[in-house]
Design a protein around this ligand. Structure first.
Ligand code: AMP
Ligand code: MG
Length: 592
């Protein structure tokens, strides 16, 4: 998330009982005296109300105003109901009129990444926060610590705390940058990227295949349309009955008795015009006879011999009839180029009479595993080896996307072998994917090989699992060097490779599905990076979407992926999600 604030944001973080509010209350007059205009954001864990029952604003709010602004000569207050979920930190900050402020002080929001002063009193008996929170920029306490380089202030010396805050505000420009950095997880090192930055870079560097081919409808499942589809026919083709019943004229609905002159089944027609006093027995889907435009359902009719009566049923002219072209008229836009053909699209194309479509050619993806310790499955395990699982996970992921797979097997940790193999692969395929060998401290063969082959960047993505990622071009073909750990491989593929492959296949504007669910267990992450835990979501008995993790989250535990039906995405700005709080999930059905 990119959020730029006009003023520095400074928090006070402490366990309850430390006296945060009392300290800030005493500090504020000193700061305003020094000329600061102060905004305060206070987080409350419990439900609160600033309104008084019985007051007009209270009554109007309870009557349904989801935003209630009350104003008078001296102040105004905007109360906004947020029944779905608590508003995001940066969104809340953006509610301030920052033009009118010099600083925003925050009480609470301990788990959000932004600069904070830790308040600590030994007598409260709570642990220190600074060892686990990189965002703490100073400590104000009643004792000293020895293991920290942070500025240390005396919690009882308000003057020195005031001076610190003034100095912080004076360094405004610099601090502003820091806030943006933590909020969107930018860092100074160019090789360190947020998930979104990595995705953007990759997407900007890959292109759709240019070749188009005809494809029979039978073979078109999961291919991408290379043309817009315009309806060549009316759907339905002819006006027909929506019910089993009797067709009559719309200007002849008041009669007690009708003479049944014919019976039409679907696929057949009555070729005479229906006259006043006549009815035609008709089946669902059968064409409406000339003259008739109204159908009375069978359940409302009593027939005897050639006569039918509708027992006084109220009849509306034109009822129970589907008009020609009602679903789709000739010339209507049906699908745009770049649409993926799934079951419903297959059916739609068929209903329009297409036996063949134009699609982009299939994407060819070359695939390698790397590492001397990696052994192909299907043979007895040799000492000091692990079976190659990554190639098979990736084969599955590629199959799902309908790619043509060129399986190049396992590459030994040998620079020359790698150079030859990857060069060969890049000549045959549209994309090359490897796993393993891209993390720091690896036997660096693949890095050496890649350096000689083309322009490859080694990124560290602020995410877990899946921090190392190599991306670049070999022979003008995109190259992905995924990490070695089996879960990291899948998470990296889902986040970086899949969107790129979809774009290369010709799919337009694909977005992964993301929804919110309520955490049923505490989830921890590290501020500044995106955490992708493996999760299981389900509806609870109250019909709420909830999510739990699959348990142990080690990046080598592939079982966690197998048990999961979603990834839980914890954004860089958050380090703890508590039971009952809302968290983003990425459902995986249909993707893995
Ligand atoms: P690397 O990045 O090459 O150091 O690999 C990280 C970890 O992933 C190591 O424990 C490797 O043994 C493991 N690993 C690498 N490639 C594979 C593979 N194809 N299948 C399963 N595990 C792998
Ligand atoms: Mg390796």
């Amino acid at each position: 998330m990119k959020t730029r604030h006009l003023v520095p944001i400074l928090g006070f973080a402490a366990y309850s009982g430390t006296g945060k509010t009392t300290l800030i209350e005493a500090l504020l007059p000193k700061l305003t005296e020094a000329g600061l205009r102060i905004g305060m954001l206070k987080h409350a864990h419990h439900n609160f109300d600033v309104d008084k029952p019985g007051k007009d604003s209270f009554r109007l709010r309870k009557a349904g105003a989801s935003q209630m602004l009350i104003s008078s000569r001296n102040r105004y207050a905007l109360m906004t109901e947020t029944p779905e979920a608590e508003s995001e930190f940066h969104y809340l900050l953006s509610r301030f009129d920052q033009q009118q402020l010099d600083v925003i002080l925050v009480e609470g929001c301990k788990n959000i990444a932004f600069p904070k002063i830790e308040l600590h009193r030994d007598e409260i008996g709570k642990p220190w926060l600074y060892p686990n929170d990189d965002n703490i920029i100073a400590i104000a306490a009643d004792s000293k610590v020895n293991d920290s380089d942070l500025p240390q202030l005396d919690i009882n010396d308000l003057e020195s705390i005031k001076d610190f805050v003034l100095e912080f505000v004076a360094r405004k420009g610099e601090i502003g940058k820091e806030i943006t950095a933590t909020g969107c997880c930018d860092t100074l090192s160019p090789a360190f990227l947020s998930v979104a930055q990595g995705q953007e870079k990759i997407l900007s560097l890959v292109n759709c295949v240019s070749e188009i081919e005809p494809c029979s409808l039978q073979q078109s499942y999961y291919r991408i349309l290379a043309d817009d589809i315009v309806s060549p026919v009316n759907v339905p083709q002819y006006t027909n009955s929506a019910m089993d019943g009797f067709a009559i004229r719309g200007d002849d609905t008041q009669r007690d008795n009708y003479n049944v002159v014919a019976e039409v089944m679907a696929g057949h027609a009555y070729d005479k015009e229906v006259q006043i006093g006549q009815a035609v027995k008709i089946m669902t889907g059968a064409p409406m006879p000339l003259g008739a435009d109204t159908v009375i359902m069978r359940e409302q009719a009593t027939a005897s011999g050639d006569n039918v009566t509708f027992n006084g049923a109220s009849i509306k002219a034109g009822q129970n009839v589907r008009q020609a072209g009602e679903d789709l008229a000739i010339g209507a836009n049906v699908f745009t180029q770049g649409t993926r053909i799934e079951s419903a699209e297959m059916g739609m194309l068929a209903s329009l009479g297409f036996g063949e479509t134009k699609v982009y050619r299939k994407l060819k993806v070359a695939l390698f595993s790397t590492g001397d310790e990696v052994q192909a499955p299907g043979s007895e395990q040799k000492p000091n080896t692990i079976y190659d699982s990554n190639r098979f996970t990736i084969i599955g992921l590629l199959e799902k996307l309908g790619c043509e797979i060129l399986d190049f097997g396992i590459l030994e940790d040998n620079e020359q072998v790698m150079i030859e193999a990857i060069k060969e692969a890049s000549q045959q395929a549209d994309v090359v994917i490897t796993s393993g060998g891209v993390s720091v401290g690896d036997a660096d063969y693949i890095k050496l090989a890649l350096d000689k082959l083309g322009q490859i960047d080694f990124w560290r993505i602020n995410m877990r699992p899946g921090r190392p990622l190599a991306f670049g071009q070999i022979n003008d073909k995109p190259f992905f060097g995924l990490p070695g750990n089996p879960v990291a491989v899948m998470v990296s593929f889902i986040n970086f490779v899949e969107p790129a492959l979809r774009k290369m296949q010709g799919e337009v504007d694909w977005q992964p599905l993301k929804v919110n669910a309520i955490a049923t267990e505490d989830l921890r992450s590290k501020q500044g990076r995106t955490e992708f835990s493996r999760g299981v979501y389900q509806l609870d008995s109250a019909g709420r979407l909830t999510v739990r993790t699959t348990g142990k989250q080690g990046s080598g535990i592939l079982r966690s992926m197998s048990e999961a039906n979603c990834l839980i995405e914890i954004s860089p700005a958050v380090d703890t999600v508590k039971v009952g709080e809302s968290v983003t999930i990425i459902p995986l059905q249909g993707r893995i």
